[in-house]
Design a protein around this ligand. Sequence first.
Ligand code: HEM
Length: 449
Amino acid sequence: MARSTLLRWAVQSLGPTMALKRSAKAGEIGPRLATDVTTWHDPIPWYDAMRAQGELYAGKVVHATASHAVSSEVLRSPVFRVGFTAESLPPVARGLVRLAFDDRYPGPAEPPSMLAVDPPQHTKYRRLVSKVFTARAVAALEPRVEQIADELLDQMAQTSTQHDSLDLVKHYAEPLPVRIIAEILGIPPHMHAQLVEWGNAAAVTLDPALSYPVFKRAAAALREMHLWLDQHLNELRRNPGDDLMSKLAVLMDEGESLNQVELCSVALLVTGAGFETTVNLISNGVMALLQHPDQLEILRNDPSLWENAADEVLRWDSPVQATARFAAEDTEVCGHPVAKGRFVTIMLAGANRDPEVFVNPHDFDVRRANARDHLGFSAGIHFCLGASLARLEGAVALRKLFERFPDLALDGVPTRRPLRVLRGFEHFPVRPRPTDLSGRAREDLRLRA
Ligand code: HEM
């Protein structure tokens, strides 16, 4: 049934935000990170402070962890779920939770999105798309990723002869994953710009505390995207191609018990997840390497390290900062009790700086032997479906960029996207030639980015 956007915002965002702000005022770090935008610029000291309070912080509203051991255990435990059922709540709260979801145009973190459902539903959806993203299937895409990277770099070289300054996000970090995922899914090129617009508007729905205008804009983008996917799937059903979306479109005819909203949800998640995060891996990686020229030098001398470097970026400046689970029954995590119905916020980016697992965790080290142990792709049954693809795109994009423009330099202060869960850059001005910035100006840019 359709719900008014205002009502859904009040239940999904306003109510939880008020509760989180109260806990933040009382000094809890997790709620502070969720609601105070001034912490988003550099959340790492907050994760360290949270870990110093203990492996698992039992907050008033939610529990939170920045420990690698606790995060891994929660993510891998069948007791912790994503599909929040209201059964353990009092009747009024139960009614409110039912009002909170739009079952016609669900977002990436709302059921029936794969991210927001548990087995057996989750197993069914994931099986439909997983074949296309196995490590083997993805390895075959490498030449195509390289070709697209080369084309974009050619265009950048051309543009930079006319304008010294370029936006790395717009010219490279964003179009590369958009073109790849669109080709896998069979989304025509004339839709790419529209996809980016919808994806960027909807990305905020992963965040915990949204203002009404932002929530409304995201709801409108999701509605438009669902309507387009619905019509696109119908067209593909009549005239299927050889792409993933066509395979999904004909499933209903092949007797799979999936309705059109479920199909659209799978397609919407894979499309959005396919580029909204990888764009950040690429731009966060460029930033990390510009800030650490010694590490870039190591990669120049040993290009076999680029794959490890992509994992080190995922660890050091994680494109997905956090996720959450709730306990379906009374349980224990690493010896700490968690009551049924409790939410645990898992600071993936905090776990990635846990000194119990990573030696000198705040150092950016492309040779780090266990860089791949990061939780940037989560763990357990929701482990990122596109991890192999993201790793490939990240490694190829960074290597090709620095091979083509060895003297790439910042040309202004990059600005971060105003998001809590996803972390990346909105604008990233670069010039492919070296700047004549003084050492002091360079240091200033480093600190502000
Ligand atoms: C750097 C790039 C990426 C990062 C950091 C990333 C991160 C993540 C994380 C943290 C999760 C799990 C969230 C949770 O446990 O609650 C996830 C799930 C997912 N990712 Fe990615 N992702 C990336 C790229 C991709 C790409 C390229 C695709 C394209 C197919 C993709 C598709 C998915 C899907 C479909 C899920 C849901 C899996 C499930 O629920 O079983 N991701 N991703």
